[in-house]
Write a protein that binds this ligand. Structure first.
Ligand code: F6R
Length: 642
C-alpha cells in the first residue's frame, strides 16, 4: 500500500486534508485479512533471511479479526511463528495473568495458544510487579526491544480518547514505557469487560509514545462509527498532545486501516465536494444542502446561488441550474420524511409519505437486540403504532442477562424466600437454593461467569421488565417474543459467533408473523458487538426468505442504538413526538428498572435514556433549523432495501 508522498497528484488532492495514509476497506473482516496478510508476508520475508521478526501487538476488539486470520494461516497454510518475537503494548495494573480481563489471557485466547510461537518469545508488560519495581521493569522492557533490533511492525488500535497503547491525552512524544493512570473515558469503555465501572483498574503499564514511534512500520486499525470522530481528528487535525494518535503524523511509515464507518468522518468521504468534483445523486445533494444550512445557519429555502458557489458547491449549482431548484427539491425531500403515521395513514394518499397506506392495519415486527433497545430508540414510534391500531409485535433477540447487577438478583431471591415463608408455609422452603445463589454472589470475583441459576434469574428480571414496558405502551403479552439467541448465552462479555440456529430463530419468527413492517437496530458500530450480530441475523434471515410471496410486501426500517444517531441525510422517516409522547416514552424506559441508570457508553456521566432524549430533541431542532415545522422531539429511521 502506498505512502502519502508516493501518490499521484490527483490522489493527493483527494486526500489534501489527510496527514496520514488511510486505507479504507469494505468491512472490518476484509481489512483484518489484509493486515494479517501484511504480517504474514513480513514473517515469511524475515524467515527467508533467517532473521527474527519483531512484532508489537495490541489487544482490544480491533485486532481480533487479524489474530483469527493469522491462526487460520498457521493452520491451513503452515505459516510458522518460530522466528517471531512479540512485545505487547500494555497491561492493566494491577493484574494477574489468570484473570479473563488480563491482556495475557486475551493474547493466549486469541493468538498464542493456537500458533507455534515459542513461549519465551512472548513479552507482555507484567501487571503483577510491585509499584517500586515497575520503573526498572519498564526500562528492561525497552532494552529487550532494542536487543532484538527494534519493532519491525507495530499494530495499534485507537481509543476514543485518541490513546495509542494506553498513552492517554497529555502523553508526551518522548514518553517511555511506564505506569500511567487511565482516562475516565477509557475506564468507561472498559466497564463492559469488567462487568462494572468500579471493577476497572485505574492504572496500566504501557509502551511509551517514543517506543511506539521507533517502530519501523505502524498499522493502526479502527472499525465502526464510534471511532469516526477520533480518526478524523488524528488524520486531519493538528498534532497535539491531547490526542496522542496525532503524533503518528510524524512517523515515516504509518497506515491507518479503516472500515467504511470508521472512515465516514474523513473529509473526502463525508464531504467529498470539498476535495473533488462529485457526481451528484439525490442523497449527496441532500447531504450537501443540509451541511450548507448548518454551516451558514440558514434554512434551506433561504440559500442563495452565492452560498452554493462560495462553499465548494458550484458543481452542484451548475448541474441543477439554480439554488432555487436545489432548495425546493431538497426541502420537499426532507419534508416528506416527516410523518406522524409511522405505519402509514389510512384513507389518505401516500404519494408523499414514507410509509404505504395499505394494508391497514399492518403487522409490525420490532426487533430489539437487548430487552430495552426498542424503547430507547423508538419508544415514541411504538406508542404511535399501537395507538394507530397496528398489530405490533416486539422480539427481544437476546436475554440481556449480562447487564443485570448481582444486587438485583439478591433482591429477587430474598423476595422469593420471603414469599415462600409468608404464603406457602407448607411447601418446602427453598432456603438451600437461595443460600446457594447468595453464597455464589458473595464469593464472586469481578469477571467470574455467573452460575446458571443466576443467569436465569437475570434473564427473568429483564423479561419481566420488558413485558411491563410493552404492556404500558399497549402491546399484548402474547406479542412480546423472547428469542434468547444462543450466540449471546456465553455468560461472559465475549459472545460466540452467530450460528445457523440464531438465524433460524429469526426466520421462524418472521415466517410466523409475516410482517408488513420490520424495525431493526441498524448499528454498524462495534463490529464484534451484539447489535451488529443481531442485525446480521436479520439480514441473513431476509435473504433466506427473499422468495416468499409475503416478503415482497415487507418494508424494513432501521433505527440506531444508543451510540450514534442516523445522519439526517440518511433518514427516510422522521416521526415527531409531542412533549406528552416524550414523557410517556420516558416512563416506558423507566419500567426497565434495572437498566434505567445505565450510563451511555460514550458519555461518562450520562444515563442512556437522558442521552437519547436529548438526541431526539436535537433531531427536531435540526429539522426546525432546516426550515421545517418545529416539533418537541423526533425519532428517525432509514429504509433498508431487501
Ligand atoms: C490495546 C490498547 C488500546 C486499544 C484501544 C482500542 O492493547 O493498547 O490502545 O487498542 O483502546 O480498543 P478497541 O480495539 O477495543 O476499540
Amino acid at each position: 500500500m502506498a505512502k502519502l508522498n508516493n501518490l499521484s497528484l490527483e490522489e493527493k488532492l483527494h486526500r489534501k486534508y489527510e496527514n496520514i495514509y488511510t486505507g479504507i476497506f469494505e468491512d472490518a473482516d476484509i481489512a483484518s485479512k489484509w493486515v494479517a496478510g501484511e504480517i504474514a508476508a513480513l514473517i515469511k520475508e524475515k524467515a527467508g533471511k533467517n532473521e527474527t521478526c519483531v512484532l508489537g501487538l495490541a489487544t482490544g476488539s480491533s485486532p481480533i479479526g487479524v489474530y483469527k486470520e493469522l491462526v487460520h494461516l498457521h493452520q491451513t497454510q503452515g505459516l510458522s511463528f518460530k522466528n517471531v518475537v512479540t512485545f505487547n503494548l500494555d497491561e492493566y495494573y494491577p493484574m494477574t495473568p489468570d484473570r479473563q480481563q488480563s491482556y495475557v489471557y486475551f493474547m493466549h485466547e486469541h493468538l498464542f495458544d493456537h500458533i507455534d510461537i515459542p513461549s519465551e518469545n512472548i513479552n507482555i508488560p507484567d501487571g503483577t510487579k510491585a509499584v517500586h519495581e515497575i520503573y526498572e521493569f519498564c526500562q528492561a522492557y525497552e532494552q529487550k526491544i532494542q536487543v532484538f533490533g527494534g519493532l519491525d511492525l507495530q499494530i495499534l488500535g485507537i481509543g476514543r480518547t485518541g490513546h495509542i497503547g494506553f498513552n492517554e491525552p497529555g502523553s508526551s512524544l518522548n514518553s517511555p514505557t511506564r505506569l500511567i493512570s487511565l482516562d475516565s473515558i477509557t475506564i468507561a469503555d472498559a466497564a463492559g469487560d469488567f462487568y462494572s465501572i468500579e471493577n476497572v483498574p485505574t492504572r496500566a503499564i504501557t509502551m511509551g509514545i517514543e517506543t511506539i514511534m521507533a517502530a519501523k512500520r505502524i498499522i493502526l486499525m479502527a472499525w465502526g462509527e464510534k471511532k469516526a470522530t477520533v480518526i478524523k481528528e488524528a488524520v486531519e487535525g493538528p498534532i497535539v498532545d491531547h490526542l496522542p494518535a496525532s503524533y503518528l503524523q510524524m512517523h515515516a511509515n504509518v497506515q491507518f486501516i479503516l472500515d467504511q464507518p470508521a472512515a465516514s468522518e474523513l473529509t473526502r468521504i463525508g464531504w467529498p465536494w470539498l476535495v473533488r468534483e462529485c457526481s451528484w445523486d439525490d442523497k449527496l445533494e441532500k447531504k450537501a444542502t443540509a451541511w450548507l444550512c448548518q454551516k451558514l445557519d440558514k434554512p434551506i429555502l433561504k440559500l442563495t446561488n452565492r452560498d452554493y458557489n462560495d462553499t465548494g458547491l458550484s458543481g452542484l449549482l451548475a448541474e441543477r441550474g439554480s439554488a432555487y431548484n436545489i432548495n425546493i427539491k431538497v426541502f420537499n425531500s426532507f419534508q416528506h420524511t416527516i410523518t406522524g403515521w409511522p405505519g402509514g395513514k389510512p384513507n389518505e394518499s401516500d404519494k408523499y409519505r414514507p410509509e404505504r397506506t395499505e394494508p391497514f392495519p399492518k403487522k409490525v415486527l420490532v426487533f430489539s437486540p437487548h430487552p430495552d433497545d426498542d424503547m430507547f430508540a423508538m419508544g415514541g414510534t411504538l406508542i404511535r403504532l399501537v395507538e394507530q391500531g397496528h398489530q405490533v409485535h416486539v422480539a427481544y433477540q437476546t436475554s440481556g442477562n449480562i447487564a443485570v447487577s448481582d444486587d438485583d438478583v439478591i433482591l429477587f431471591v430474598e423476595f422469593i424466600k420471603g414469599f415462600e415463608n409468608e404464603f406457602n408455609k407448607d411447601a418446602k422452603v427453598q432456603n438451600e437454593w437461595v443460600k446457594h445463589v447468595k453464597d455464589f454472589i458473595k464469593n464472586k470475583k469481578p469477571g467470574d461467569v455467573d452460575i446458571e441459576e443466576v443467569r436465569k434469574i437475570k434473564t427473568l428480571i429483564r423479561k419481566g421488565e420488558s413485558t411491563s414496558a410493552g404492556r404500558f405502551v399497549g402491546i399484548p403479552d402474547e406479542n412480546i417474543h423472547f428469542m434468547n439467541m444462543p450466540f449471546y448465552e456465553t455468560g461472559t462479555i465475549k459472545k460466540a459467533d452467530l450460528s445457523n440456529i440464531d438465524v433460524q430463530l429469526v426466520v421462524d419468527l418472521m415466517k410466523e408473523i409475516k410482517p408488513h413492517q420490520i424495525f431493526a437496530a441498524g448499528d454498524l458500530t462495534d463490529p464484534h458487538g451484539t447489535h451488529r450480530k443481531c442485525l446480521n441475523a436479520i439480514t441473513k434471515a431476509l435473504n433466506i426468505l427473499k422468495d416468499e410471496a409475503w416478503i415482497k410486501n415487507t418494508w424494513v426500517w432501521l433505527y440506531k442504538g444508543p451510540w450514534q444517531e442516523l445522519k439526517l441525510s440518511e433518514a427516510d422517516m422522521a416521526v415527531p413526538l409531542s412533549p406528552e409522547e416524550l414523557k410517556k416514552k420516558r416512563t416506558a424506559i423507566f419500567l426497565h428498572r434495572t437498566q434505567k441508570e445505565t450510563l451511555h457508553p460514550g458519555h461518562e456521566n450520562k444515563e442512556i435514556w437522558r442521552h437519547i432524549e436529548e438526541r431526539n430533541i436535537a433531531t427536531a431542532k435540526i429539522y426546525d433549523k432546516l426550515g421545517m415545522a418545529e416539533y418537541e422531539a423526533m425519532e428517525v429511521f432509514a429504509k433498508y432495501i431487501i
